[in-house]
Write a protein that binds this ligand. Structure first.
Ligand code: IVH
Length: 700
């Protein structure tokens, strides 16, 4: 092997590519296959050689160079574990009013009278990463990260090094999955960064990144040296309840030896929770660890169970976020990007500035009017002032969302920004329809930007989620014209396999791994496919609603092809699905009746095995698969609860009566729907008869 100093530029370039490939293969052998092929010393010497070459030829450095990785090589290779009870996230409240609405929604769902309140716990929202710890017969059997909420990473060995996490507990239910947050205190974070700096390692941007980076080390001896802490605040799979209420359950976790946050309070009203919020907020700076809000949870566990969950968030809890953090910086440029639905989205490029521990260099500018200083209702914002390149602006950032511009502090000398009339990518006309804030590129699938954004969406986490096929790879493959539409992904191996293996930075193993990941996704649940298609207005939860309603691909596709906008049975049925409005219905019909879009879908579907979406567990449910309509005034449970219960039992809840309706539940003062059901011979039940019918089935 040549000495680094003797390499010419071409040799150096080849050598870097070779090392990146070798190290990628070594990572897979070590972490995925648990079968190391090279020794640690060889691995380190590759890493050092890589660094030495990069130092001589900085311009040759690869984007995914091993030297970019923080600390020890963070290699991807944790085992995956499926959560028995999904790990949900939380809905957000930003204002007191949002909190009052949350309480109102809950009382309405539960039909609780105004003079009777619901009690809530209020506790800090820890800014770390969530972790689930499974104990069987008192012994810690595994620790899993949240992952995508369904499947997480097995970090058991690392979690065992955290002193707040007991390896054994006694007096607990036989099966107990404790959930909580791994975090790092401010003092530990500062000490860690000082050590990192001293050793020439990259410093962490904030305690949350430090905690995440430390927990996700493949070498648990590194985690052991990182000062991580853990607060328990929830539970997942459990063989018997810890207690009847949230507060008592948490106290019991405390009794079992877990750290419990000492600012948790039981509050009897929204006024009281807001008072506790203010108190926690006033202590924020001296707590010694980062929090980003206060979480409220319905205290009574029976009520929690009745409230249940939406697709990703429980109805019984909410996170009340602290106000956004602000900073002042300069607008260096305004770029107009084209999204997957063709929307022209202006983005401000900012002089990088730190806001709440995160370096920000972009802010969304929403649309043409927003730049001009007009809101969606035509009212002035920022006192009607426009935004120009060269302006000094105040930006704010709430939670993880992209920062926004609040105000122009000082006008620069740039000209008024001219919003483009043509797509900046494909030069098709940008059309802004009457009453719409957003201008859209009219190029459709012929616009490269739309195509690539659709592909990025297709492979994203909640859609096809293909390991190793992220934004960067999609960009690269589409630049090479290897992937132009989703079906091409599934033809990549066949059409471009050998060429890919010959590319810089790809080793034999990483290529095989990618193809395996792609093949794994040939079998896909219907809801993920529907979401992945990137149809306008169809988000993750609507995709699930559609999948549940139609069940399998053939029924769904047949219905879409049969539907004409604003007329006919298929259109009416689509519109009658609870949660699908007219705008979304029209977008669906447009999409499936657009020949190019339909052809792309046909080519894709041919490569897939689409899994029908099973209704939720409905053993013994008398209404599974039945179409149910509620009408009139329900007096025993709220309309929302009736609907949620019916859906949990596998029924499809529809808003209108047709020959396909199986059951009409008629509350007081039922009118035209009842008459129609009678005339069609649809079975009708009183509210009490409905409750009797479902009583005793799994969910009630
Ligand atoms: S409860 C079903 N309580 O916030 C509800 N979450 O935005 C489960 N978090 O993924 C979560 N502090 O990582 C809960 N006291 C707290 C929390 C908390 C922090 C995190 C958690 C969750 C995220 C949701």
């Amino acid at each position: 092997m040549k000495n680094v100093d003797d390499l010419n530029e071409a040799e150096a370039s080849d050598e870097l590519a070779r090392i990146v490939g070798l190290m990628a293969d070594a990572d897979i052998a070590y972490h995925q296959n648990d079968a190391p092929e090279i020794s640690d010393a060889e691995y380190d010497s590759l890493k050092n050689r890589n660094l030495a070459i990069e130092q001589r030829f900085p311009s040759l450095k690869h984007e995914d160079s091993p030297s970019n990785k923080v600390g020890a090589p963070v290699r991807s290779g944790f085992g995956k574990i499926k959560h028995i009870v999904p790990m949900l996230s939380l809905g957000n409240a930003f204002t007191d009013e949002d909190v009052f609405d949350f309480d109102k929604r809950i009382r309405k769902f539960l039909s609780v009278d105004d003079d009777q309140g619901v009690a809530y716990t209020a506790e800090p929202k820890i800014d770390g990463l969530s972790l689930a710890l499974r104990y069987e017969k008192g012994k810690l059997v595994f620790a899993v990260t949240r992952g995508d909420g369904e499947v997480g990473e097995d970090v058991t060995n690392n979690a065992k090094t955290i002193s707040d996490i007991p390896h054994k507990i006694s007096g607990a239910p036989e099966i107990l999955e404790v959930r909580g947050e791994v975090y790092m205190t401010h003092s530990d974070f500062e000490a860690l960064n000082a050590t990192q700096a001293k050793n020439g390692n990259k410093e962490f941007a904030n305690p949350r990144n430090a905690a995440a980076g430390s927990l996700r080390q493949l070498d648990s001896s590194i985690t052991a040296n990182r000062p991580l802490a853990f607060f328990a605040y929830a539970w997942g799979d459990i063989s018997e309840p810890l207690a009847d209420a949230q507060m008592e359950s948490i106290k019991r976790l405390g009794g079992l030896g877990f750290s419990i946050n000492n600012l948790i309070r039981l509050c009897q009203s929204p006024d009281e929770i807001i008072r506790h919020y203010t108190k926690i907020e006033s202590q924020r700076a001296v707590l010694g660890y980062d929090i980003d809000g206060v979480v409220y949870k319905v205290n009574d566990l029976t009520l929690q169970a009745r409230l249940g969950s939406r697709t990703n968030t429980p109805r019984w809890a909410i996170a009340h976020k602290f106000p956004a953090e602000v900073a002042t910086t300069l607008v260096e440029a305004i770029e107009v990007q084209v999204g997957r639905t063709g929307a022209l989205s202006p983005v401000a490029h900012l002089k990088p500035v730190t806001v709440g521990g995160v370096v920000v260099s972009r802010a969304t500018l929403h649309n043409e009017d927003y730049i001009k200083g007009i809101d969606s209702k035509g009212q002035p914002i920022r006192k009607g002032g426009d935004i120009r390149v060269g302006d000094t602006v105040e930006i704010y950032r709430a939670g993880d969302v992209i920062p926004k511009i609040r105000e122009v502090i000082k006008r620069g000398d740039g000209p008024v920004f001219e919003f483009p009339k043509k797509c900046p990518i494909c030069n098709s006309d940008a059309i802004r329809e009457e009453g719409e804030a957003v201008a859209r590129c009219s190029g459709g699938f012929s616009c490269a930007a739309q195509r690539i954004e659709k592909l990025k969406h297709f492979v994203s986490r909640n859609a096809f989620d293909i390991d190793g096929l992220g934004v960067k790879q999609v960009e690269m493959f589409s630049e090479k014209n290897w992937i132009n539409e989703p079906a091409d992904i599934f033809l990549l191996e066949e059409n471009h396999g050998p060429k890919l293996k010959a590319l810089d930075g790809w080793g034999e193993k990483s290529v095989t791994k990618l193809f395996n990941a792609i093949n794994e996704r040939k079998s896909i649940p219907l809801n993920r496919l529907l979401f992945g298609l990137g149809i306008r207005h169809v988000g993750e939860s609507s995709a699930m609603t559609l999948a549940r309603f139609y069940g399998d691909w053939t029924s769904f596709e047949t219905a879409m092809m049969a539907a004409q906008k604003h007329e006919g049975e298929a259109w009416n049925a689509l519109n009658a699905i609870d949660g699908i409005g007219e705008v979304m219905a029209a977008a669906l019909v447009d999409f499936f009746h657009e020949p190019r879009a339909k052809a792309i879908v046909d080519r894709l579907v041919k490569r897939l095995e689409i899994q029908a979406v099973a209704a939720p567990e409905t053993y013994g449910s008398p209404v599974a698969g039945k179409t149910v309509v509620f009408t009139g005034t329900l007096e025993l449970v709220s309309r929302a609860e009736a609907k949620a219960t019916a859906e949990n039992l596998g029924a499809k809840v529809s808003g209108s009566v047709s020959a396909k309706t199986d059951i009409l539940v008629a509350g007081a003062k039922a009118g035209s729907k009842l008459k129609k059901a009678e005339s069609l011979g649809v079975k009708t039940l009183s509210e009490q008869a409905w409750l009797d019918l479902i009583a005793g089935s799994s969910d009630s």
